[in-house]
Design a protein around this ligand. Structure first.
Ligand SMILES: [Zn+2]
Length: 240
């Protein structure tokens, strides 16, 4: 439980994170952005699952795919406000499967390969994959950030995980960790990539929060601020 936050949105948090975002973005020197390399960074936001694959299901039937998309759309809106280039791997719940993908398995494989191709074709891509967790026990809650085995992924994940804990769940004892090699999307990318498990749909209280537009906005603010903060550290490194 979060006694200090129970029952109402953490409005001061929103102001604080907005201030951090604005401060970080203002601190990014334009010259550093231009000199950062041939390809400016592009935030590729991946709302996990979608189409035939709803992902995890909450006790009330809410689908992970819809919550992932709601948070991803908020990240895109916020990031664009600050001039960040953003691509989504999907922007709706429906996916336009090709006729040759006839089985559910073939459709899922096609979708995963499509996402990997989109990410690999995006010069300067930085992948932010958004998911929700589920566990047989209803008690676990809180977020966790997992990272690909590509350069810069661990540092971005640790920063994002620390910010999520500080802003939204101070008693979270998890740590950022490398993701399993079994996760095709994260294994096949060649750019920095993190996968954020925003919370547990198996925890009824947390599932209600994850479905609420206010909490989705708070998560999106922290994820966007963390991305900008990470970019600012990268550019300081390049120009220092
Ligand atoms: Zn998922």
């Amino acid at each position: 439980m979060h006694p200090k936050q129970s029952g109402k949105p953490a409005a001061p948090l929103l102001f604080l994170v907005c201030a951090v975002i604005i401060g970080l973005w203002a601190a990014l020197p334009a010259a550093a952005v231009e000199n950062a390399g041939a390809s400016p960074p592009v935030l590729v936001v991946d709302p996990g699952h979608g189409g035939l694959d709803g992902g995890a299901t909450a006790a009330d039937g809410s689908l992970e795919s819809a919550i992932n998309l709601a948070i991803a759309l908020r990240v895109r809106a916020l990031a664009r406000l600050f001039g960040v280039q953003v691509r989504l791997t999907r922007d709706g719940e429906e996916l336009d499967y090709p006729p040759e993908a006839e089985t559910v398995h073939a459709k899922k494989v096609w979708d995963q390969k499509r996402r990997v191709a989109l990410i690999r074709q995006t010069e300067g891509a930085m992948l932010l994959s958004i998911h929700q967790n589920k566990y047989p026990d209803a008690r676990p809650r809180g977020s966790q950030v997992l990272y690909a085995r590509t350069p810069d992924s661990a540092a971005w994940a640790e920063l994002t995980h620390a910010n999520l804990i500080a802003a939204l769940c101070k008693d979270n004892r998890r740590v950022a960790a490398p993701i399993s090699e079994d996760i095709y999307l994260m294994r096949e990318i060649d750019c920095p990539g993190i996968l954020v498990e925003c919370g547990f749909l198996s925890n009824p209280q947390e599932a209600q929060k994850l479905k609420s537009p206010g909490y989705q906005l708070e998560l999106a603010l922290v994820l966007t601020a963390s991305y900008l903060q990470f970019l600012s550290t990268q550019f300081q490194g390049d120009t220092g």
